[in-house]
Design a protein around this ligand. Structure first.
Ligand SMILES: [Fe+2]
Length: 205
């Protein structure tokens, strides 16, 4: 399918196959894929409300693909490398580029962490990433990055309210809190009730 932006967007089925191909274990798939589905549903819901010129086909594919790099952080024994978790975005970008996806799709993986990582964050926090900006630039990238903040792949997985995420992000600095506040004003807050019922995940306190 070709999105209004002109980018060829993979179908949901193609994306599911890609997850199945790269997930090292069924546990990893069970953690990552439902999360991506939830982020996609949140993005759709927010887009309906925010309207504007968002290319929802592109954003949906971006949401379904954004965390595919997490699969690259599992070792042979099926353990997730939590210490390098921040690398999952760039690993996803590499994975998608290797699968032949164009840059605008690969960027959903590398540019969704937190409310965006700047070159200053990478250097200042000593993050294990190639120096550079990993910031959402397009409306679609911003929507997926924001939608991702409402669900967390903890054990067990949890939904997060905007207030809960706002409290968490403050630990990373006032500039991050401000950036989240701007996204919140821009896209509004999702109604998580139907998703909670569908997935059975609780809301984090
Ligand atoms: Fe995510």
């Amino acid at each position: 399918m070709s999105a209004p932006s002109g980018i060829r967007v993979p179908s949901d089925k193609e994306i599911l196959r890609l997850h199945e191909k790269h997930a090292p274990t069924s546990e990893a798939f069970g953690l990552v894929y439902p999360h991506c589905e939830i982020v996609c549903a949140v993005a759709e819901q927010l887009q309906e409300r925010a309207g504007s010129g968002i290319d929802i086909e592109l954003a949906r594919a971006g949401a379904l693909l954004h965390d595919i790099g997490v699969y690259r952080l599992y070792d042979e024994a099926g353990r997730l490398d939590h210490d390098n978790y921040v690398r999952h975005g760039v690993l996803g970008h590499e994975l998608l580029a290797g699968e032949g996806f164009p840059e605008p799709l690969c960027r959903f993986a590398s540019c969704h962490t937190g409310v965006g990582l700047s070159a200053g964050d990478v250097i200042g926090q000593g993050l294990p990433l190639p120096p550079g900006d990993y910031l959402a630039e397009t409306d679609e990238e911003a929507l997926v990055m924001y939608a991702d903040k409402f669900h967390s792949k903890t054990s067990p997985p949890r939904f997060l309210t905007a207030d809960a995420y706002a409290a968490r992000v403050r630990r990373f600095g006032e500039d991050k809190a401000r950036a989240f506040g701007e996204l919140r004003r821009r896209f509004g807050e999702p109604d998580l009730a139907a998703l909670r019922a569908a997935y059975g995940h609780q809301v984090a306190e």
